[in-house]
Design a protein around this ligand. Structure first.
Ligand SMILES: *Cc1c(COP(=O)(O)O)cnc(C)c1O
Length: 479
């Protein structure tokens, strides 16, 4: 461990140097720390990276071009980038028990694009795609482009539906995957809220996808990846798992056996900044069959690698290999379950009735609210969450009927199950005291709401008190 003093000095000095050039940036960075310290952050996809991870990003690695892979670069002088990229990949392989790790993707969306192209290149007989492999996609003639679209256009993807908790990169229209693939989705059982594997198998038999995708952003339960692999095998599909949300629970060995995607999937993608607690970025894990295609990620679909972020990935992955990370991962789940129980005890309705991962989905229609009203009322009260659709949501993807909350960030701060019960009390108080508002013409509004500002203030102060016992980055003082 570095001394707390060193961490404070590092951030203070950095701000002093920045302040001399553009003080408003230094101020904004300082203000961001204050905001993060003061908010009860329940956003399931966010976390707090360690000072070492943060500091690994602010340096001259940012100045280096490093297209290519370790030991095979299109630029000279990449020996130090090779060191950190190889280290990050080695830590990732060891941590997850994967034979190959590609640590260049800049984000989870980028990691998925790398995986999709790798699978297409591996599986689809396409002369135009072969030509695209040797030239840059940008250099393809118009005829080649049309050939490519003809040859790839009818490829099929089966993934989890958005309202059941799937992600838009799994073949939905706002993302290029929705244009690349003919997509169909599987949902959850309306009675239980759980994935019905028989229905997934049936959909796979009917649709015969090239790719079966598992993984989610808003499903509060474990997924049985052994069964999903059997389904993929039964129709000859490539099985891809996007573990962006729960990679930390895999790394911390909370998800093992049938619930660990790595031994079961052909290819696994992830972010590094959610429960894994690393820098903002992405990663792909796979076996030897897909490794060569995956390594073509840059320049096929990725811009030049970010060596400073790969350095930070190496640091964060080294942290995740330490025994205390397993303890952290278990506490994330213990906290989510305590939060769920606290909410249920007070009368909230939860999708699937609880959780066995890091997130909880509250169906706020039980409080007579839309997700949007609930999200804003909670925000007024110092509680940061996000609205999210629930299965078969009558309010659609914009207003929604759900609030998604997660525990990775608060667990990093050191909050435990007792504080989760107190958090459940705050959430329930706000939601039960908020009423839907109406439009100027008297019709009911899905966005407007009424909440006594005095109550919002009181809850806000209670949230601050709750956090004050567990300061964020206690080693860092900027003043
Ligand atoms: C967050 C998320 C992504 C996207 O990650 P970005 O880093 O924001 O691009 C992809 N897939 C899933 C399942 C996610 O939850």
């Amino acid at each position: 461990m570095s001394s707390p003093n060193a961490e404070s000095t590092a951030f203070r000095s950095a701000l002093e140097v920045i302040r001399a050039v553009e003080p408003r940036v230094a101020d904004a960075i300082g203000a961001e720390l204050t905001d993060q310290r003061e908010s009860l952050k329940l956003i399931a996809s966010e976390n707090y990276a360690s000072p070492a991870t943060l500091l690994a990003m602010g340096n001259w690695f940012s100045d280096k071009y490093a297209e290519g892979t370790v030991g095979r670069r299109f630029y000279a002088g990449c020996q130090n980038v090779d060191t950190v990229e190889a280290l990050a990949a080695e830590h990732a392989r060891e941590l997850f028990g994967a034979s190959h790790a590609y640590v260049q993707p800049h984000s989870g969306i980028d990691a998925n694009l790398v995986a999709f192209w790798a699978i297409l290149a591996d599986r689809v007989e396409s002369p135009a795609l072969k030509r695209a492999q040797v030239r840059q996609v940008n250099d393809l003639s118009e005829e080649d482009w049309f050939a490519l679209r003809r040859e790839l256009g009818d490829q099929r993807m089966l993934g989890m539906s958005l309202d059941a908790g799937g992600h838009l990169t799994h073949g939905f229209r706002p993302n290029i995957s929705g244009k690349m693939f003919d997509q169909r989705s599987y949902g959850t059982d309306p009675a239980t809220g759980l994935i019905d594997y028989d229905r997934v198998a049936e959909a796979a038999r009917e649709f015969r996808p090239l790719i079966l995708v598992a993984g989610y952003s808003a499903y509060p339960r474990k997924v049985n990846f052994r069964i999903m692999r059997e389904i993929a095998d039964s129709v000859g599909a490539t099985f891809m798992v996007d573990m962006a949300h729960f990679a930390g629970l895999v790394a911390g060995k909370v998800f093992t056996g049938d619930f660990d995607p790595v031994p079961h999937a052909h290819i696994v993608t992830t972010t590094t900044h959610k429960s894994l607690r690393g820098p903002r970025g992405g990663m792909v894990l796979c076996g030897p069959e897909l490794a060569d295609q995956v390594d073509r990620g840059c320049p096929m679909v990725l811009g030049g690698p970010l060596p400073h972020v790969m350095a930070a990935k190496a640091v964060a992955l080294a942290e995740a290999r330490r025994p205390d990370f397993a303890d952290y991962a278990q506490r994330i789940v213990d906290n989510a379950q305590a939060l769920a129980e606290g909410l249920l005890r007070r009368g909230a309705t939860l999708v699937t009735g609880g959780t066995d991962n890091h997130l909880v989905l509250i169906d706020v229609s039980g409080y007579g609210l839309t997700g949007r009203q609930a999200e804003q009322a909670l925000l007024d009260s110092g509680i940061v969450t996000n609205r999210n659709a629930v299965p078969q949501d009558p309010n659609g993807a914009w207003y929604t009927s759900g609030i998604r909350i997660g525990t990775p960030a608060l667990t990093t701060r050191g909050l435990g199950t007792a504080e989760m019960d107190a958090t459940a009390e705050l959430i329930h108080t706000v939601l039960s005291q908020t009423t839907p508002g109406s439009n100027a013409d008297g019709t009911p509004s899905k966005a407007k709401y009424v909440l006594d500002p005095a109550l919002a203030d009181k809850v806000s102060r209670q949230a601050t008190d709750l956090l004050s016992t567990h300061p964020l980055y206690p080693s860092v003082t900027l003043a």
